[in-house]
Design a protein around this ligand. Structure first.
Ligand code: GDP
Length: 444
């Protein structure tokens, strides 16, 4: 995962100071030396590191720490606040034009993840904000770019506006916005051309599109894995195009995190979103405070909860709640639960967002056995509809058949049936308690 080295080092440093009842200037100095090295090693821009250390040091030897009852913890609070500030402080929201459509121009070098991010962003706008986005294929140079966006559009069931590769990007953008106005789209996302390196011609073209499209936002997509290069690219694009925000992709890889920590400070433009994988739902709004929390091992429960909210279908959740109340859960529901859980993303990544998870030994090397879950699913799929709804009828003969059909063993089938039975018992007890509670006039 991204930030692993930095997180480990910072947490080890914080651990040393956490319980201290008295913090001397020498303590702060020693700590700041370690923090400085950790940041530099994470590839954070050296000027940014210098400023950061200066700010934290000043506050750490100041009144707010020295006079507090828990100076050790107070220092950590200062580090967290400054880390949050460094990454932009408040979360930066996506613009909304006074008169729709809101136009967002996507820019970036080739391979940064621009086309993928354009699709992800449209998906997010529709799924989370209930908006109607139009994707626009304005990269006429890379032969496969238009096709790639069209494929993404098809996959997401979202419209893509294209005019082939013989029309200028400026005209494509213009026509797309006209169409969006006529057909009442909320957002227009223009996927522009990239190059391997920054060049004058590219910048000119982007400026021309900007002039005509008058975008509400110009996002620069940069690859977090490229570290300091990402920061330099951001600076160059910002100088010439005046971007409004950055999308940092590939933060699911093992980037050291330097780009995420430097871009805001160097360009003074916020990181709006981060890409956390290749799939179309792997785009998250960037929350500086939550990221600081994650880096310092304080967990990120809010993102976890939001993930659950986006992936769980509300109707289905209500239905499930009813079934739990009446203890009438069956194996079809169980299967549904497993698949909803998978929609939230890889289990080990989810677990790492829990506070304190980093302190559990071996957590960083944790690999949830997804194979085990596959086996459970296979067992359930081998049941007949009747067996799924009334597991009581699954006798020895049926168990043998199910084990054979799913390529598992009778022991595994037995274990699953037993666990399921226990779960139902527990639900019965819980709903019993609720009933009693109601009678006595208090809510559980
Ligand atoms: P473009 O040239 O900037 O349009 O880049 P593409 O959208 O074609 O992406 C380049 C590659 O990066 C593709 O293989 C994407 O699947 C991959 N990619 C994009 N965003 C992410 C991300 O957040 N995480 C990971 N792991 N891969 C990504």
């Amino acid at each position: 995962m991204a930030f692993e080295g930095l997180a480990d080092r910072l947490q080890a440093t914080m651990q040393k100071i956490r319980g201290k009842g008295k913090v001397s200037e020498a303590d702060v100095k020693a700590m700041m030396r370690e923090v400085r090295l950790a940041l530099l090693e994470a590839d954070v821009n050296f000027k940014v590191v210098k400023q950061f250390i200066q700010k934290v040091s000043e506050r750490a030897v100041g009144q707010e720490v020295m006079k507090s009852l828990t100076p050790g913890q107070q220092v950590i609070k200062v580090v967290k606040e400054e880390l949050t500030d460094l990454m932009g402080g408040e979360q930066s929201k996506i613009a909304v034009a006074q008169r729709p459509p809101t136009v967002i121009m996507m820019s970036g070098l080739q391979g940064a993840g621009k086309t993928t991010t354009t699709g992800k962003l449209a998906n997010l706008l529709r799924k989370k904000y209930n908006r109607k986005p139009l994707l626009v294929a304005a990269d006429i140079y890379r032969p496969a770019a238009i096709k790639q966006l069209e494929t993404i559009g098809k996959q997401l069931n979202l419209p893509v506006f294209s005019m082939g590769d013989q029309v200028s990007p400026v005209e494509i953008a213009q026509k797309a916005i006209e169409k969006a106005k006529e057909e009442h789209y909320d957002y227009v996302l223009i996927d522009t051309a990239g190059r391997l390196h920054i060049d004058g011609e590219l910048m000119q073209e982007l400026q021309d599109i900007k002039e005509v499209a008058r975008p509400d936002e110009i996002y620069l997509v940069v690859d977090a894995m490229t570290g300091q290069d990402a920061v330099n690219v951001a600076q160059a694009f910002n100088d010439q195009l005046e971007i409004t925000g950055v999308v940092l992709t590939k933060l699911d890889g093992d980037t050291r995190g330097g780009a995420a920590l430097s871009i805001r400070a160097v360009t003074e433009k916020p990181i709006k979103f981060v890409g956390m994988g290749e799939k179309m739902d792997a785009l998250e709004a960037f929350h500086p405070e939550r990221m600081a929390s994650r880096i310092l091992g304080m967990g990120d429960m809010l993102t976890l909860i939001e993930k659950a909210q986006v992936s769980v279908d509300e109707e289905k959740a209500k239905e499930l709640e009813q079934k739990i109340r009446h203890a009438s859960l069956d194996f079809d529901d169980f299967l549904e639960q497993l698949s909803q859980m998978r929609n939230m993303g890889p289990l080990d990544e989810l677990l790492k967002m829990m506070p304190g998870a980093n302190k559990i030994k071996g957590m960083n090397n944790l690999q949830i056995d997804e194979k085990q879950i596959n086996r459970v699913e296979a067992i359930i799929h081998s049941m007949t509809p009747q067996e799924k709804q009334q597991p009581d009828i699954i006798n020895a003969g049926r168990r043998r058949r199910i084990a054979k059909g799913s390529g598992t063993t009778i022991q595994e089938v037995n274990r699953l049936l037993k666990q399921f039975e226990e779960m139902k018992k527990m639900m019965k007890q819980m709903s019993g308690m609720q009933q009693k509670g109601k009678k006595k006039g208090f809510k559980l």
